[in-house]
Design a protein around this ligand. Structure first.
Ligand code: GUN
Length: 299
């Protein structure tokens, strides 16, 4: 079998950001409204700092306002909740994102559920996860939404009847992406660390989503020939072949082996990763339009 189609998430994300930019321009012209996204980061985790910086840069590039709140790692839950309330009440802010994970002295669920559901661009509030689970219009988590866009770009809009296996059951990716696939009429299996025959489950998948955070867990022999493989993992591993102390990024899938079997597959980096911020910007635009009671402009 020939090598799988490499799914270019970077190019797709660039196209999506271009469409959001033109929609924001039209929104400003028609209604004199500028969407605003507030991002809150506690502490100085290097990976989170990079994400937050990229979010700020890309928000401004799209013509939206960006408000970044960098707080000390020791910030109390009370102070964080007070900031969330302030952002909820701020008319210039249409999207609020609190970067996860939060330090252990803070109750993550309490903070997420303090965000106004209409400004919850992460889609993590119980109201939004409940709406998603019951097929109502919801703010949808960004990475899962980006996965569905890439899958539909490969397989077409009609996913009904396809067997989808999601490896991982996190609130950020596994559960919501399974819900989205179910809403697309896929037959969905959620596999996890206690699953009895993980290779066997994966081999059933027309669509395989790996989101467990275990480097190269999914092997080539686990892939159904022709499957669409979406790798959400971002894992840094030692790369002594590049020199002493060097590292490289790999996904949850053994890419080289899987690409010999799959029909299409996302690389790491350059697959799902770039989609997350692009979808976040689209969600911020959507939240802004909904708050102001206006239609989202055509791209
Ligand atoms: N940390 C890792 N992914 C995410 C995400 O999608 N949203 C937030 N808020 N934090 C994250």
């Amino acid at each position: 079998m020939s090598e799988a189609q490499r799914i270019d998430g970077r190019a797709f994300a660039e196209g999506l950001r271009g469409r959001v930019t033109s929609q924001v321009t039209k929104l400003k012209q028609a209604h004199a409204i500028t969407p605003g996204l507030a991002v809150v980061l506690l502490g100085e985790d290097p990976a989170s700092q990079v994400y937050v910086r990229n979010k700020g840069v890309q928000t401004v590039e799209c013509g939206m306002n960006s408000y970044t709140h960098k707080l000390d790692i020791e910030t109390s839950e009370t102070d964080l909740l007070a900031l969330v309330q302030k952002l909820n009440a701020d008319d210039a802010v249409h999207g609020i994102l609190v970067q996860l994970p939060l330090p252990s002295h803070i109750d993550e669920a309490k903070v997420i559920n303090a965000i106004d559901p209409n400004k919850d661009v992460d889609g993590f509030h119980v109201i939004n996860s409940g709406r998603l689970a019951t097929g109502q219009d919801a703010m949808v988590p960004c990475t899962p939404s980006g996965c569905i866009m890439l899958i539909k770009d490969q397989l077409g809009d009609d996913l009904s009847g396809k067997r989808a296996v999601v490896v991982g059951r996190s609130n950020i990716v596994g559960k919501p992406v399974a819900q989205l696939l179910l809403n697309e009429n896929c037959t969905v299996t959620i596999a996890h660390s206690r699953t009895k025959d993980l290779p066997g489950e994966c081999r059933n998948a027309d669509i395989l989503i790996a989101a467990v955070g275990v480097p190269q867990l999914v092997k080539g022999e686990w892939i159904k020939p022709g499957a669409c493989v979406i790798d959400v993992g971002v894992n840094r591993i030692a790369a002594p072949e590049r020199g002493e102390g060097k590292t490289r990024l790999v996904g949850d899938v053994d890419y080289d082996a899987a690409a010999q079997v799959a029909g299409s597959i996302t690389p790491v980096p350059g697959g799902v990763g770039p989609m997350t911020i692009a979808v976040l910007l689209a969600s911020t635009l959507k939240a802004c339009c909904r708050i102001h009671g206006v239609d989202v402009p055509e791209a």
